[in-house]
Ligand binder design. Structure first.
Ligand code: PLP
Length: 409
């Protein structure tokens, strides 16, 4: 029999969403008339912007005619999309990111998960706690960690606690790590990293020759002026950081699939003999071997957000969700609950009342108010006694949910 990759066995089952589903189904079964509102999901609910639909219909027609048909696309994605990304997301903000530093993909989860492949198996990683599970789990699968301990943490990983005390901003460790995963605006805490925080990480990375893997999937939700949208807004970042972005939350592409990675030309790793190798070359080699690009039709749809009209439509989509976030935040605060995030991100990180556990509070919300959140403990030990609510619901459901809470607690 073929031996398996036993690293997979180190991972706990994907219990979080399965367990949520089980509890919700049981409750609904016992209370058939309950109108359950789900504010737990990390998926968008509103339709794609019209510019995207129009562009994709047009592209679909092109695929149906021999003269305009397209087969495999360019290795790094179509130039028309990379041009727009470079212009709108970087050059217009005074950041120099060239089209040949951009790699189009079918979403950011794969990019964040696959990037570790181009690094040595003995690299030490640092991750925030709580955090989006992909960073850690993919490194566990690759054998870059030890076993899981009773407290839910893996040996051989540097955890960066993010708590109310440090404004949910991970602090640089004393020890050397090779790869640092940062996510801002953050899923699940909904908080952001400011210029000072990023400066200290860039200084750390330069000192220890580390690489920062910067997940900016929610960059489009940043409202406050003094918060960097891209790590490259901070001086020196191009020497140490890879950035991940996605159309999923920006333009409702969770089911349409498009994202990209920026790997600066001069960003290098080293061989065991100390020779410098551009990371961009390794990623290109990896992608051309294991990936054949995202659909032409989808890339046309994504590119459509980069016009005045497209930007306006994306802004109104995000405004819609951020208005939900404000309704949730205001509602929670009006009944004396403590909540974070929700200003520059579609996530609200709610402190459970009276220090009860994440799961106890989850049950209370479900059974008393018929509202589903996501227990913070599912994102890491430091998420205990928190619950994540999302602004991705419809306005109507969000209002009903908050009304229930504010009139009952
Ligand atoms: C949603 C999300 C992504 C993007 O995932 P896609 O694969 O592009 O849909 C990346 N990082 C975080 C933290 C996310 O929450």
């Amino acid at each position: 029999m073929a031996k398996i990759n036993e690293n997979y066995l180190k991972l706990a089952g994907n219990y979080l969403f399965a367990e949520i589903g089980r509890r919700v189904a049981k409750f609904q079964d016992e209370n058939p008339s309950a109108q359950i509102i789900r504010l737990g999901i990390g998926d968008v609910t509103q339709p794609l912007p019209k510019v995207c639909i129009d562009a994709m219909m047009q592209a679909t027609l092109e695929m149906g005619r021999a003269e305009t048909f397209r087969g495999y696309g360019p290795e790094q994605g179509y130039e028309f999309l990379r041009e727009k990304i470079s212009e709108y997301n970087y050059k217009r903000r005074g950041i120099d990111v060239d089209t040949d530093e951009i790699f189009i993909s079918d979403g950011s989860k794969c990019d964040c998960g696959n990037i570790q492949e181009i690094f040595s198996a003995d690299c030490r990683i640092a991750i925030a706690d709580p955090v989006y599970p992909v960073y850690l789990d993919t490194n566990v699968m690759a054998g870059r960690t030890g076993n899981r301990n009773e407290d839910g943490r893996f040996d051989g990983v540097t955890y960066l606690p993010c708590t109310a005390e440090n404004n949910f901003s991970p602090q640089v460790p004393n020890e050397k790590v090779d790869l640092i995963y940062l996510c801002s605006p953050n899923n699940p805490t909904g908080t952001t990293l400011d210029f000072d925080a990023l400066k200290s990480w860039i200084a750390y990375a330069k000192k220890f020759d580390s690489i920062i893997l910067y997940d900016a999937a929610y960059a489009a939700y940043i409202r406050e002026e003094n918060i960097p949208r891209s790590i490259y807004e901070v001086e020196g970042a191009k020497d140490v950081a890879i950035e991940f972005r996605s159309f999923s939350k920006t333009a409702g592409f969770t089911g349409t699939r498009c994202g990209y990675v920026v790997i600066p030309k001069n960003l290098c790793g080293t061989t065991s003999t100390g020779e410098k190798v551009p990371l961009k070359n390794l990623w290109l080699r990896r992608q051309t071997t294991k990936f054949n690009g995202t659909a032409y039709i989808v890339q046309r749809g994504a590119a459509a957000i980069y016009s005045d009209e497209g930007q306006a439509q994306v802004r109104s989509l995000i405004d819609y969700y951020m208005k939900n976030a404000q309704i949730i935040l205001d509602g929670l605060k009006s009944i004396g609950l403590t909540a974070y995030g929700g200003i520059n991100a579609p996530y609200i990180w709610l402190k459970t009342p009276d220090g009860i556990s994440s799961w106890e509070f989850f049950d209370k919300l479900l059974t008393q108010y018929n509202i589903v959140g996501t227990p913070g403990a599912g994102f890491g030990p430091c998420g205990e006694s928190y619950l994540r609510l999302t602004a991705f619901g419809s306005r109507e459901n969000t209002l009903v949910a908050i009304n229930r809470l504010t009139h009952n607690i």
